[in-house]
Design a binder for this molecule. Structure first.
Ligand SMILES: Cc1cc2nc3c(=O)[nH]c(=O)nc-3n(C[C@H](O)[C@H](O)[C@H](O)COP(=O)(O)OP(=O)(O)OC[C@H]3O[C@@H](n4cnc5c(N)ncnc54)[C@H](O)[C@@H]3O)c2cc1C
Length: 330
């Protein structure tokens, strides 16, 4: 690895790489495409206690005409990344190298540390950005019912992009070779990481899944939710989501919630099973390419955003649909 750091000049962008269990996340490939719209040289920041495998993936997938250099900050405290140490590191890099944009995805981690850095520059973070029009950032507000147009005069801009609104970067051409180790100067930790409770699932992650089957209150129990599992297995490569009512009732896990206070998704296919389509739910899934509603109420709000609606009892429709898909796939 090279061990010198290039000063990035007057206008440049630092993008924070998302990764998990040694794998570079697709969201990173998407927000790089978003960051390109800022028309500045891009540096990519990888923080980890062991960055080797993520850096290898970057070296084999990310073109040098997208990312000019990769900054690698390795430190034990990044084993379970904490907002305070991350925030200090980002400030250190901005001060040292004069980045004028700091970009993240809309991950939970970024929601935690982005404002912590922004406040040190008296800057207003521009979050949940879905598009840029010249120098105007577009971001949904009021549960997606209005789009705010934001212009910022902050000297350093702190921006989070919604990965679901951007395509992944093309992975063709020469790949980035400029890998630079950076020293983490301030490792003072005010937050103590106690433990992780990870939900084990053989299903794809909600925000990057191609297909999603989501269940609502109408499922009635955790046990009944399993019929969605069978439908998802029949479809293949399908994640399982839930409405907040289903999560609150304990039918599904917290991290399955789709919506304003859950995850924002935009899969190729979203099947809403026994979900009414409250405005807060629609805010998280209405950009899905094809929406199918299974609901016994023809007047349910979900019907107005659905491309196809099956008006019937879900306990009849879901097993039939599962059976048909299995037959077709045989
Ligand atoms: C600040 C705030 C944030 C929120 N954030 C979120 C969020 O992120 N995500 C979210 O989902 N909600 C969120 N909510 C809650 C939201 O307002 C709704 O209460 C919730 O989405 C309703 O969930 P549901 O559609 O599963 O239940 P319901 O609204 O009760 O709908 C159940 C649906 O199932 C249908 N049904 C019933 N039985 C059957 C059957 N046998 N077969 C077929 N269909 C049947 C009914 O016709 C109905 O349409 C939020 C609310 C607030 C106030």
């Amino acid at each position: 690895m090279m061990n010198h750091l290039r000063n990035c000049g007057k206008f440049s962008t630092l993008v924070f790489a998302d990764h998990s269990s040694g794998k570079l996340s697709k969201s990173t490939l998407k927000i790089l495409n978003a960051a390109k719209l800022l028309n500045q040289q891009i540096s990519l920041l990888v923080t980890s206690n062991d960055a080797n495998s993520v850096v290898d993936q970057i070296k084999s997938s990310i073109p040098s005409n997208v990312v000019h250099q990769v900054l690698v900050a390795q430190h034990d405290s990044f084993k379970a990344p904490q907002a305070d140490v991350l925030g200090n590191l980002v400030k250190q890099l901005i001060d040292q190298h004069g980045f004028t944009n700091f970009v993240t995805s809309t991950s939970t981690l970024a929601k935690d540390f982005l404002p912590r850095v922004a406040v040190k520059y008296a800057a207003q973070p521009i979050t949940d950005v879905i598009a840029i029009n010249n120098d105007v950032f577009l971001r949904p507000v009021y549960a997606g019912n209005a789009i705010a147009q934001v212009k910022s005069s902050d000297k350093v801009k702190f921006i989070s992009f919604r990965p679901t609104n951007f395509e992944e970067i093309q992975q063709t051409g020469e790949k980035v070779t400029n890998i630079v180790q950076v020293k983490v100067e301030n490792t003072k930790q005010l937050i103590e990481h106690v433990s992780d409770e990870l939900v084990q699932s053989d299903k794809p992650e909600l925000t990057t899944a191609k297909f999603i089957v989501s269940g609502g209150r109408a499922l009635g129990s955790k046990e009944n939710f399993k019929i969605l599992d069978e439908l998802a297995n029949a479809l293949g490569n399908t994640a399982i989501g839930a409405s907040r009512a289903a999560v609150d009732a304990g039918y599904a896990a917290n991290d399955q919630q789709v919506g304003q206070t859950g995850k924002v998704v935009a899969p190729e296919l979203y099947i809403a099973v026994g979900i009414s389509g409250a405005i807060q739910h629609l805010a998280g899934m209405k950009d899905s390419k094809v929406i199918v509603a299974i609901n016994k109420d023809q007047e349910a709000p979900i019907v107005s955003v659905a491309d196809y609606t099956i008006v019937d009892d879900l306990f009849k429709v879901v097993p039939e649909l599962t059976k048909k898909i299995k037959e077709i796939k045989q």
